[in-house]
Design a protein around this ligand. Structure first.
Ligand SMILES: [Zn+2]
Length: 218
């Protein structure tokens, strides 16, 4: 290789490295803000239906870095109550640092505020003004005081009837204490469980009539 060719080759390699550099640096994002107009408008008639009893200024809009099950990094969006926004920033930062896998963190409005669709898509979310499934009681999600994590792999199981929500979560619903083949399984040894309970959240997996393995609430 001539000297000119060598210099050209070096320049090429340096240029490639400079070009690739920004791709390798994914900035971590953990922010909490008042719900911006663009998000607020998206929520209307979906997660924030007419007659919703929580005020806009009680809610916060979070942006959260996370790693998915393939190890890819993303920035998710979540709306929650301002009372737990600092908890969630802390918990999701710790999960990100541990590269704890989370399939998706999108606003439930992307699923038309349909919890079954969001759960089936394994989407992690918090605020949604809705009743507890099969009841007339407002869910803790209605105040943004609850979070569902990886809900497909951690479904909600009715102990007596065996009913599973989402129905697509059936392969992950039973014999959970002994099984090791459930990805992102939340149990009492799991990092997600430890972080949420350290911050004073209750876990739905310890409830009696209903095992809500995805659910943490304050
Ligand atoms: Zn829940």
């Amino acid at each position: 290789m001539t000297r000119v060719a060598k210099t050209k080759a070096i320049h090429y390699v340096v240029a490639m490295l400079i070009w690739l550099l920004p791709l390798n640096i994914v900035a971590q994002v953990f922010t909490s803000a008042e719900v911006p107009d663009s998000i607020w408008n998206r929520m209307q008639g979906h997660s924030y239906p007419e007659g919703c009893t929580i005020a806009r200024n009680q809610l916060r809009y979070l942006r959260l870095s996370y790693c998915d099950f393939e190890g890819n990094e993303h920035i998710g969006q979540m709306v929650c109550n301002q009372l737990i926004s600092d908890d969630l920033l802390y918990i999701f930062r710790k999960l990100y640092e541990a590269r704890y896998p989370i399939a998706s963190i999108r606003l439930i409005d992307d699923y038309d505020a349909n919890d079954s669709l969001s759960m089936a898509a394994n989407n992690t979310s918090s605020f949604c003004y809705r009743m507890v499934h099969g009841s007339q009681t407002l869910s803790k999600h209605s105040r943004g005081m609850a979070v569902d994590v990886n809900p497909l792999y951690n479904p909600c199981v009715y102990v007596r009837s065996g009913k599973v929500l989402p129905t697509e979560g059936k392969p992950y619903a039973y014999q959970r204490t002994t099984r090791k083949d459930i990805p992102g399984k939340i149990d009492t040894t799991d990092l997600c469980y430890r972080l949420f309970t350290q911050r004073g959240f209750r876990w739905g997996g310890t409830w009696r009539s209903l095992k809500d393995y995805q659910h943490f609430e304050k």
